[in-house]
Design a protein around this ligand. Structure first.
Ligand code: 13P
Ligand code: ZN
Length: 342
């Protein structure tokens, strides 16, 4: 393109020609308008190409169109104010909508999170991203999308390509050196994509679908300092008594949390919040935790809503799904209005 020409806008459009979708990418330049890309693809591939082009162009050319927020600044801001952002684990369309409605209703930001089990239910990272983006775009709420408990670089790349705004690499059951190497590689990937990376040191055990279950091991503050220094991860999930899907084993270890806080200066994340009391969560946030993951409580709320409805109306699936969503909304709303929530 000659130097005096500059791109004014890029507008992908789609036309249907029989069973083919034709993707037209129209580029307006200062001196002339011309079509620079014109291709005919079979329907599903064309639809996907169109969506990707559309999202790319909007991101590049129309910054007002930002359906998902960047979780980095949201969490940094919460940390400055001595609060924590909730990472809400979901597995279905109705759960996404229940959480987004709660965020909108309370005017609080939220990270929608999916782990491997949630992704397999919802239909994978592309479907998840499309659902969350579409619902978020239709809402005033600040919604971010996070990949939870992935343990391979492939999972990370797929989620990043699909439009997730932050990811977690979970090497918490690996030997220290292997874990370090994995987290360093993951950091390479997220630095390139400019996304925050979460890792877990020590191991939060317990019973949560899709999450590696193993013996709990508590985060060692000195190891945490070495790990953060060597990997450059942005957020560190700690194991300080907390478990997935249950109460803290022997209570939350606040002294350990304080020592970790003194050893590292990055955002700390607390997993397994469903089994923790409000007081425990408040104390953790006072000690620097700025992201709190909740999954079991939201799934149980959903299940109770569905089960109760079906008990009364055994054949009414629509009503049951609706009731499940309402219960997720209520549960998320009560979490988001906690005194410690951002
Ligand atoms: P709970 O299921 O115990 O709330 O834990 C959620 C979690 O840690 C997701 O990563
Ligand atoms: Zn977790």
């Amino acid at each position: 393109m000659p130097q005096h020409e500059h791109i004014e806008c890029v507008q992908p459009t789609v036309e249907r020609h029989g069973d083919q979708l034709v993707v037209l990418q129209r580029v307006e330049v200062a001196l002339a308008a011309r079509t620079v890309h014109h291709s005919a693809l079979p329907l599903p591939r064309a639809a996907r190409a169109y969506r990707a082009a559309h999202e790319r162009e909007h991101r590049l050319w129309d910054t007002a169109y930002m359906p998902l927020v960047d979780p980095g600044p949201i969490i940094a801001q919460a940390r400055e104010r001595g609060r924590a952002v909730i990472g809400a684990n979901v597995s279905t369309f109705q759960m996404v909508r229940g959480v987004v409605r709660a965020a909108e209703n309370t005017n609080r930001p939220v990270l929608i999170q999916l782990n491997r089990s949630g992704l397999s239910l919802i239909g994978g990272v592309d479907v998840a991203a499309l659902i969350v983006k579409t619902i978020a775009d239709d809402s005033e709420a600040q919604i971010a999308l996070h990949l939870d408990h992935a343990d391979t670089l492939d999972e990370l790349s797929l989620a990043i390509n699909a439009g997730f705004g932050s990811v977690m690499i979970d090497g918490s059951t690996l030997p220290f050196q292997q874990h370090l190497t994995l987290a360093q590689s993951a950091k390479g990937l997220t630095t390139w994509s400019r996304l925050p990376l979460e890792a877990e040191l020590g191991h939060v055990a317990g019973d949560e679908a899709g999450v590696t279950i193993g013996e709990a091991s508590w985060t060692d503050p000195d190891e945490a300092a070495r790990f953060v220094e060597a990997t450059g991860v942005d957020w560190l999930a700690v194991a300080v008594g907390n478990t997935h899907g249950g109460p803290a084993i022997g209570g939350l270890q606040l002294d350990r949390l304080r020592s970790i806080r003194e050893a590292v200066n990055i955002t700390l994340v607390l997993h397994g919040a469903s089994g923790l009391s409000d007081e425990e969560l408040m104390s953790a946030v006072e000690l620097g935790v700025a992201k709190i993951n909740v999954g079991t409580a939201l799934h149980q709320a959903n299940a109770v809503g569905i089960a109760d409805w079906l008990n009364e109306h055994p054949r009414d699936l629509r009503g049951a799904l609706h009731e499940g969503e309402n219960k997720v909304f209520e549960s998320a709303k009560s979490l988001l209005t906690s005194t410690w929530a951002a």
